[in-house]
Write a protein that binds this ligand. Structure first.
Ligand code: GLU
Length: 511
């Protein structure tokens, strides 16, 4: 294999959709697997669709995920510049080369003229209009007009575009590493515009010229670009670069959760899950749409999730770090058919990685809530606090919320449990427990358990009869994290107070 050089070539026209992130990831994994280079190239030649902060958003998103470029606008590299708007002269030169070779031509047709032809064709029930070998001689271009007329038009400053002269009858074949052979007849292709009237190249020209100049070995991109690939193959041929043509791999589409069509930017909002890596302010609605990061997903979870959206390792194993993915990745194991976007799977990965986090990871967030409540104590019990809620949560925010609930005043007590479990035996047990606790400044979970059991044994009450109502008295609820750990963490004084408050608030009828 020649030196692997792959590129992620986003257009900064809006936020980076999660499908784009997957494309970046697959390129990155492929590059690293073969000790090649991963390049980010900004394709910003469409000035009408330019969005100011979109480029920075791309860098921020990839940085958050740990997908590092070897060459880019920021990193630099031997094929600088990596932003197409800074390479205008290069494209002009190559467009001129094709014009000179007679493989491209000037076209002077205005948008209005072309629109009129399209409408007429539609009205007469003919197939969609194509600008190609069959029609170009009846249109206004340097092939149909005399040389003199062409020169005159150009000198007058008449706006023109440069179009690729697609051969009339030619079978275009390209081998896609995921799809196999793709065959297209040239008669179905348009004479694509290569240079627009504003002097800027179109995607097709800039993309091919840059892939060639940047020595790209493999083009790994979304399936939506497959229809453009035959035009690109023709361009390589026209330039005489066939021997250096990259190999193509068009990734399967990401589908809506139900499988009914392509996952769109709007789906996230409608279905209540993120489709962007980071938060993004919608240009039209001005609404700030949270991304995976703001929704609490860990970067390693998102990476693992995205890797599996279209690829699988061929084993049952699902948990892969970025390094393990690099090791395991192969284009052969990318599927052809679209992949359903299942947010529950993303949650499953997040839960897995959250549970693996070292307690110290949560220091900052936990300190923020425990310190004001006087429960931080220099963080000596951080491990215990974390252990209490970590295993029960999918997101860090759930852990924080659970702790907040535990340390704050109880808003409501589970009435149905009070009705069924609150009785004189329970009350005697709780009362004695609270009195004993009131004498202490500290107690471990283990000691609390022993103390309670001893009291209940003396009173001849089964622990099963008391434990749930004790929990209700301490948390308001009938279920939750480990009760004895809660007692240790909130401390005997606070626990004693809570029990007394409960006893006073819910007097038994015989009291
Ligand atoms: N600029 C194109 C995009 O926005 C790149 C497509 C390609 O990778 O060739 O996705």
């Amino acid at each position: 294999m020649k030196d692997v050089r792959v590129r992620f070539a986003p257009s900064p026209t809006g936020s980076l959709h999660i499908g784009g992130v997957r494309t970046a990831l697959y390129n990155y994994l492929f590059a690293k697997k073969y000790h090649g280079k991963f390049i980010i190239r900004i394709e910003d030649t469409d000035q009408n669709r330019f969005v100011a902060n979109a480029e920075q958003y791309i860098y921020d998103s990839l940085e958050w995920l740990g997908i590092k470029a070897d060459e880019s606008v920021i990193e630099g590299g031997p094929y600088f510049p990596y932003k197409q708007s800074e390479r205008k002269d290069i494209y002009k030169k190559y467009a001129n080369e094709l014009l000179e070779k007679g493989l491209a031509y000037y076209a002077f047709d205005t948008n209005e003229e072309l629109e009129l032809i399209r409408t007429k064709q539609k009205e007469s029930g003919e197939n969609n209009f194509q600008y190609n070998a069959a029609t170009r001689m009846s249109l206004r271009n340097s092939l149909s007009l005399s040389k003199g007329e062409v020169n005159r038009l150009i000198q007058m400053g008449t706006p023109y575009v440069v179009r690729l002269k697609v051969p009339a009858k030619e079978e275009i074949r390209l081998f896609d590493l995921i799809r196999g052979w793709v065959m297209v007849h040239s008669s179905t292709l348009d004479d694509k515009v290569l240079m627009k009237s504003d002097g800027l190249p179109t995607y097709h020209l800039a993309n091919v010229v840059d892939d060639y100049l940047m020595k790209i070995s493999h083009v790994i991109r979304g399936e939506e670009w497959l229809p453009s690939a035959p035009t690109h193959v023709l361009l390589y041929k026209s330039f005489g670069w066939e021997a250096d043509m990259p190999q193509f791999a068009h990734l399967p589409l990401l589908l809506k959760p139900g499988g009914d069509g392509k996952l769109s930017k709007r789906d996230g909002e409608m279905l209540g899950f993120p489709v962007f890596p980071l938060q993004w302010r919608d240009k039209e609605t001005q609404k700030l749409i949270p991304g995976f990061k703001e929704e609490g997903y860990l970067p390693e979870a998102l990476i693992n999730f995205l890797a599996f959206l279209g690829w699988n390792p061929g084993t049952e194993e699902e948990i892969f770090s970025l390094d393990e993915l690099i090791e395991a990745f192969s284009i052969e194991r990318i599927g052809k058919s679209g992949t359903k976007f299942d947010i529950n799977k993303a949650k499953w990965f997040n839960q897995f990685y959250l549970h693996k986090k070292d307690p110290s990871y949560f220091t900052e967030e936990f300190k923020k809530i425990l310190d004001p409540a006087g429960l931080w104590n220099g963080g000596i019990k951080l491990n215990l606090w974390v252990k209490l809620v970590q295993e029960r949560s999918t997101f860090e925010s759930e852990m924080v919320l659970e702790i907040k609930n535990l340390i704050s005043k109880i808003e409501a007590f589970d009435q149905s449990l009070i009705d069924s479990k609150w009785n004189i035996d329970a009350k005697n047990g709780l009362k004695e427990f609270s009195e004993q606790l009131a004498l202490l400044n500290e107690i471990t979970a283990e000691e609390a358990k022993t103390l309670l059991n001893k009291i209940l044994e003396t009173q001849n009450t089964k622990p099963g009869k008391v434990l749930q109502i004790l929990r209700v008295s301490l948390t308001g609820k009938g279920a939750g994290p480990d009760l004895m750990t809660i007692i240790e963490l909130l401390g005997p004084q606070e626990i004693s107070k809570r029990i007394i408050h409960f006893i006073n608030r819910f007097p038994l009828s015989m009291d």
